[in-house]
Design a protein around this ligand. Structure first.
Ligand SMILES: Cc1cc2nc3c(=O)[nH]c(=O)nc-3n(C[C@H](O)[C@H](O)[C@H](O)COP(=O)(O)OP(=O)(O)OC[C@H]3O[C@@H](n4cnc5c(N)ncnc54)[C@H](O)[C@@H]3O)c2cc1C
Length: 487
């Protein structure tokens, strides 16, 4: 890169930083920069306390490290009579996210017992008649019954926090978990206030729940989805691909072929009147995403937003993150001991294709809370969580998206996506929506693959050139296993 081009790139990063700071404040920018910096080296525990002796009493039954979405577990565990603490290196329940979900997730929130009657309904800020996926150089494919509710994420977490407080949960804002050591009856935690030079202090629990998302040292999933954007005001409303329709969610859309080695995707979910949450993201292998990935994606977001949507856009609230994804072609993220459980993004059990961690975790909320309550009493208790069968099929597609071909073949990814979504659309709304909701049955998934390959035979070459043979073998074996189970 020439000095001139390097200077322009640095200025663009500075401008992106300034826009995030202006809309979100210094603390939010610091969260972005912390996430970006953490990619510099593989995460590992920063301090290890002495393990508790046999018979040692624990301060808490459960400590939840990470007060993002997994904060929802705290009031549920406290309601079950457990002594619970939550700690977060930032403010607990202040996630830099907006969430879209379907009817099943709204029902799971209502059934969780966390919210007052009517409260979940009030947290739904928009509903859509349909969603759509649209491919550059290809078609637009509508679908119903998927991600068709916009949830007020800030309001949801504030309500969960208030409920946790009312149930006596100890909340440690601004406290980072640095490390832990497991003893026979408890786990010791090294915790420090998240400010330079703060001295670690000790805490202990019968069970540590690692809910630190992508920042957990045990979040070893092989894929990651860097995502940036936020709530925007001022986008033009109306018909046509470059305007927003307040009653339609844009689930996936591309505006160009592979650039800079990535197939970038957009999504746009209208929220409160006049506001739309817009994201830009790409699929990547975890090891390919280095420091500064989010800030440089923000620079691209601001530079190219007008390619996606018209209007005089103003960033109202920045939202961003690194969402881990597990392809099911490599070993799953594993907790380092019996008294530690991984939940949420750290465990990465959501779809590796849609990365809908909010939906997946909320649907499993009751199962997860019951699992954790059992594990606090007996760390050998097996987990009742089940992996959705379709994930053994979609993981390989996500791995394919993570290494798209560039150069003369830069249009292949859009062509493949266009064929795949044309097939899904032709299979009918039930099948199309089922894939995006993680509910597609293995036999339908195989029919989907067969029909896509029949319309686009190049897919065989694309799969073989993007995935090692061993991964292709695991993919086939995983699908065969799920087909057998479904008989
Ligand atoms: C921009 C964006 C939009 C999304 N939109 C959707 C959507 O519409 N629908 C959907 O289904 N999913 C969505 N997701 C995915 C969803 O947000 C995640 O799957 C979900 O938040 C995971 O919850 P979690 O509790 O595991 O982690 P998080 O919610 O990420 O929380 C992790 C917490 O851990 C804290 N932490 C990190 N390190 C430490 C430490 N050392 N000590 C203490 N605390 C620590 C962080 O400060 C953070 O608060 C989106 C994700 C992003 C990034």
């Amino acid at each position: 890169m020439s000095a001139g081009a390097g200077g322009a790139a640095a200025r663009e990063l500075d401008a992106a930083r300034a826009r995030v700071r202006e809309a979100g404040g210094e603390a939010l920018l610091a969260r972005l920069e912390h996430l970006d910096a953490a990619r510099a080296e593989p995460s590992r525990p920063a301090a290890a306390p002495r393990p508790p002796d046999r018979g040692a009493a624990a301060d808490f039954d459960v400590v939840v490290a990470g007060g993002g979405l997994s904060l929802l577990l705290a009031p549920m565990l406290a309601s079950a009579g457990l002594r619970v603490a939550v700690l977060d290196r930032a403010r607990i329940g202040a996630a830099h996210r907006e969430w879209n979900a379907g009817t099943a997730e709204v029902a799971a929130l209502e059934a969780s017992g966390i919210f007052a009657p009517g409260e979940v309904e009030r947290l739904v800020v928009a509903r859509y008649v349909e969603g759509l996926c649209r491919w550059h150089g290809g078609g637009t494919y509508p679908v119903r019954g998927v991600l068709d509710h916009a949830i007020d994420a800030g309001g949801l977490l504030a309500a969960a926090r208030a409920r946790a407080e009312a149930l006596g949960v100890t909340l440690l804002d601004g406290h980072a978990l640095l490390g832990h050591a497991e003893g026979p009856d408890a786990v010791a935690l090294a915790v420090a206030e998240a400010r330079p030079g703060a001295a670690p202090r000790g805490l202990s629990a019968r069970l540590l729940v690692d809910a630190r998302g992508a920042a957990s040292p045990y979040a070893t999933a092989d894929l990651v989805c860097p995502t940036v954007g936020g709530v925007l005001a001022g986008l033009a409303e109306g018909g046509g691909a470059r305007r927003i329709r307040p009653d339609v969610g844009e689930i996936l859309a591309t505006t160009e072929d592979v650039e800079e080695g990535r197939q970038h995707l957009w999504e746009a979910f209208p929220g409160r009147p006049g506001e739309t949450t817009v994201y830009l993201f790409y699929y990547a292998r975890s090891g390919d995403v280095g420091p500064g990935a989010l800030l440089s994606l923000y620079a691209r977001f601001f530079r190219l937003l007008s390619r996606y949507k018209e209007g005089d856009a103003r960033l109202v609230r920045p939202t961003f993150g690194l969402i881990p994804g597990w392809s099911r072609l490599s070993p799953a993220p594993r907790a380092p001991g019996r008294r530690v459980r991984l939940v949420g993004d750290a465990a990465a059990r959501h779809s590796p294709l849609t990365f809908c961690g909010f939906g997946a975790n909320v649907r499993e909320l009751a199962t997860t809370a019951a699992d954790l309550a059992r594990a606090a009493a007996d760390p050998r208790a097996p987990s009742a969580a089940r992996d959705a069968p379709v994930h053994s099929g979609t993981g390989a597609l996500a791995a394919l998206m993570a290494r798209p071909a560039g150069g003369a073949r830069a249009g292949e990814m859009n062509a493949l996506l266009n064929t795949a979504f044309a097939v899904l659309h032709a299979m009918g709304d039930d099948a199309y929506a089922a894939l995006l909701r993680d509910e597609m049955q293995p036999a339908d998934f195989i029919r989907f693959l067969r029909e896509t390959a029949a319309r686009r035979p190049e897919v065989y070459r694309e799969v073989v050139s993007a995935l090692p043979l061993r991964a292709i073998g695991r993919w086939g074996a995983g699908l065969a296993r799920e087909l057998y189970r479904a008989r």
